[in-house]
Ligand binder design. Structure first.
Ligand SMILES: Cc1cc2nc3c(=O)[nH]c(=O)nc-3n(C[C@H](O)[C@H](O)[C@H](O)COP(=O)(O)OP(=O)(O)OC[C@H]3O[C@@H](n4cnc5c(N)ncnc54)[C@H](O)[C@@H]3O)c2cc1C
Length: 255
């Protein structure tokens, strides 16, 4: 029997030009101290879209209200009809609670694909900078780079085992810098700025993808501009904001 999404999911999906589906959890496992991998089944290829896209999950908050949370698609497996999400678990909120408690067979309303940031096909190199919440998006984007090409990752983590790796085509030049946060606040850009400063950007045309905490990204955007990237060469997306839950539609406050 095919389950129908809630009418609010159907209406929202129609407005967004996306699909609404009821997907079922096939697994939820801890990959590291702060990353949980959740796999969902049901029309996965359609819902997952292209590299850079995310999905919107309908959840319930602790007051019983319906809220939506967005997660980048880490991977999609057409044969198994599954998509994979990497969800960070070092805070508390409806999204984290869902990822932690999800059991095989649970169902959830999912809207996708969402998101406008995709790989820049003209760039010779791709610079991915952000925190752990961005790692799944970064790896899926980098795995879609046509070889030969170059991917550079600068990612801040709290725990050494959160520096998860991914398989890449041997012809892709890959550089990864995992910066240890060393107890700094998670809206402190110092670590990522140091990681960026330690790296000589390649010549040719590049593109920077900055995903993560709202305040950190503002500073990082200035830093990559200072390194010679124009606005067209920078894709920035705030995933969350320190001290504020994301709004019911899944976006952090921007004011
Ligand atoms: C387009 C898009 C794609 C995203 N992709 C991913 C993804 O692939 N993986 C992923 O883990 N997240 C991703 N996020 C971020 C995720 O949707 C938010 O972090 C979301 O707020 C988490 O929901 P929550 O209910 O757990 O916490 P909320 O109720 O939103 O927040 C509760 C508290 O936790 C804090 N908080 C929220 N997120 C974090 C964090 N990452 N680290 C530390 N503190 C935090 C908030 O500041 C708040 O104080 C994405 C967000 C967007 C907009």
């Amino acid at each position: 029997m095919t389950l129908a999404p809630d009418s609010s999911s159907l209406e929202l999906a129609e407005r967004l030009g996306a699909h609404a589906r009821v997907m079922s959890v096939t697994s939820s496992i801890a990959l590291s101290s702060c990353v949980r991998e959740v796999r969902l089944r049901g029309d996965a290829v359609q819902v997952a879209g292209v590299a850079g896209n995310d999905v919107m999950i309908r959840l319930t908050d602790d007051r019983g209200r319906a809220v939506r949370r967005r997660y980048s698609v880490r991977d999609v497996d057409a044969d198994r009809d599954e998509l994979t999400l990497w969800i960070t678990t070092d805070h508390d909120g409806p999204g984290v609670r869902w990822a932690r408690d999800a059991q095989t067979g649970d169902t959830v309303d999912v809207i996708g694909p969402r998101g406008k940031i995709v790989l820049d096909p003209l760039a010779d190199w791709h610079l991915f900078v952000g925190d752990l919440s961005a790692l799944g998006a970064f790896y899926r984007l980098a795995q879609s780079i046509e070889v030969p090409g170059r991917a550079i990752f600068i990612v801040e983590t709290d725990h050494a085992d959160d520096a998860l790796t991914a398989p890449f085509d041997e012809a892709l030049g890959v550089t990864g810098i995992f910066v240890d946060r060393q107890g700094r606040a998670n809206d402190d850009p110092t670590g990522l700025l140091k990681g960026l400063a330690a790296f000589a950007l390649p010549p040719d045309e590049g593109h920077a993808y900055l995903f993560g905490e709202f305040h950190v990204l503002k500073v990082l955007a200035d830093a990559v501009r200072d390194r010679g990237l124009s606005d067209e060469m920078i894709s920035l997306k705030s995933f969350w904001r320190r001290g504020h839950a994301n709004a019911d539609h899944g976006e952090p406050r921007k004011d």
